[in-house]
Write a protein that binds this ligand. Structure first.
Ligand code: AMP
Length: 394
């Protein structure tokens, strides 16, 4: 057993787990939430037992991590390393790294690319280094898996100086998830990953799709930030790039307001006017809510278009993979999306589709091309990388 602490620090939350890097089993999972607010607290789970631990009012990352450290020592576990999820690695980080001063310095240089996420990640790393001073700390980047994308996939058709001077290009996110499910798919297919051409769709509150050719990511739908591409819970995905300017002139919105609208008020929530939650929308659509039905239809239509276009990118496909909260659980979304590809020879088997839900993997295809539902486990990728890199550094 190789236990690893996995941390995912956001601006007001820290998700944490103790995970066995060999089995992917977590003995403790939790989240410190509402940090910086009057109701800061830690919710955690050991086995079937759920607990809530209030934190002092306005507790920040440092205090939360000290309490997480105390919780971890109560578990009688002997963690070997700490793995940190970092959203943006820019072009500097093409793989996970052992965190030292140089790495922290380089991380600061990525702040403008992910202003909401990376400063919080660094704050979390520094607090965690204080809480766990004797353990090696490893950074695992959401963007790293996509650093194999070729230039023609990652460059925008913008003046090249924007890329050369400011790093403006497509980066892709959800890399640990796409990495995990693509390797799982290779295992199910009984082929080395280097021989697999896959399309992996991570559909959760955030959504992304990746084209994987001979085991390497060659395209993905999220771009410079996690806003481009598919319709998401509250994010719009692809829109006409002139729209922010139009909104500013038409409605007098400033950039902050526009960003808030595109990130938090759009997507499934924006179209339906009801919810960003796929379950709620499926139920509402079933009972005749037309806006909910339209939101789900646009979600599926955009996804089917991306799958079609990625078939051009991957070459002969070995499998399509669904993962994430929606991908793993919504048989309706999967059947609708694949139904839009029926003229290309793809079809879902309704019984297999219903069986592959709630944590169960399965090939749901009725036709030749395998369509896999694979529960993702990003924490396991982080735990494995943290273990391997900390071993190399010894
Ligand atoms: P995630 O961000 O991966 O946790 O996924 C969250 C999304 O998964 C939300 O839109 C949920 O509505 C959706 N989801 C979870 N369970 C189901 C389900 N049984 N049917 C449809 N959507 C689901």
């Amino acid at each position: 057993m190789h236990q690893i602490i996995v941390l995912n620090c956001g601006s007001s939350s820290i998700k944490f787990a103790i995970m066995d890097a060999d089995s992917g089993e977590a003995s403790l999972t939790g989240v410190a939430e509402n940090l910086g607010n009057s109701d800061a607290r830690i919710k955690y789970k050991t086995g079937q037992q759920s607990e809530v631990m209030p934190l002092p009012e306005y507790a920040e990352h440092k205090l939360a991590l000290a309490s997480i450290q105390a919780l971890i020592s109560e578990q009688n576990s002997a963690p070997l390393a700490v793995g940190h999820r970092v959203v943006h690695g820019g072009e500097t980080f093409t793989q996970s790294v052992l965190i030292d001063d140089e790495v922290k310095h380089a991380l600061k240089a990525t702040f403008h690319m992910a202003p909401l996420h990376n400063p919080a990640a660094l704050q979390g790393i520094e607090s965690a280094q204080e809480a766990f001073p004797d353990l090696p700390h490893v950074a695992v980047f959401d963007t790293a898996f996509f650093q194999t994308m070729p230039k023609h996939a990652y460059l925008y058709a913008l003046p090249k100086a924007l890329y050369e001077e400011h790093g403006i290009r497509r980066y892709g996110f959800h890399g640990s998830s796409h990495y995990f499910v693509s390797h799982e798919a290779a295992r199910y297919l009984g082929k080395p990953i280097e021989q697999c051409n896959l399309i992996t769709a991570h559909l959760g509150n955030g959504c992304s799709i990746a084209a994987i050719r001979q085991g390497q990511a060659v395209d993905t739908s999220l771009g410079f930030t996690p806003l481009e591409g598919l319709v998401m819970g509250t994010r719009c995905g692809d829109i006409c790039p002139s729209l922010p300017g139009v909104l500013s002139e038409l409605l007098g919105y400033n950039t902050k307001r526009i960003s808030e609208m595109l990130n938090r008020e759009s997507g499934l929530l924006g179209i339906s006017g009801l919810s960003n939650d796929c379950r709620t929308l499926e139920e509402a659509a079933e009972s005749g809510n037309e806006d909910a039905a339209l939101a789900l239809h646009i979600f599926c239509y955009r996804l089917a278009k991306y799958i079609g276009s990625y078939m051009v990118v991957t070459g002969p496909l070995d499998a399509i993979v669904f993962t994430g909260g929606i991908g793993e659980n919504s048989s309706w979304i999967r059947e609708t999306v694949i139904g839009m590809l029926e003229h290309l020879g793809h079809k879902v088997d309704p019984e297999k589709n219903l069986a592959a839900r709630f944590g169960k993997a399965g090939n749901i295809a009725a036709t030749a091309l395998p369509i896999w539902v694979i529960p993702t486990n990003e924490e396991w990728v982080i735990a494995r990388d943290a273990l391997n890199i900390s071993k190399q550094s010894n």
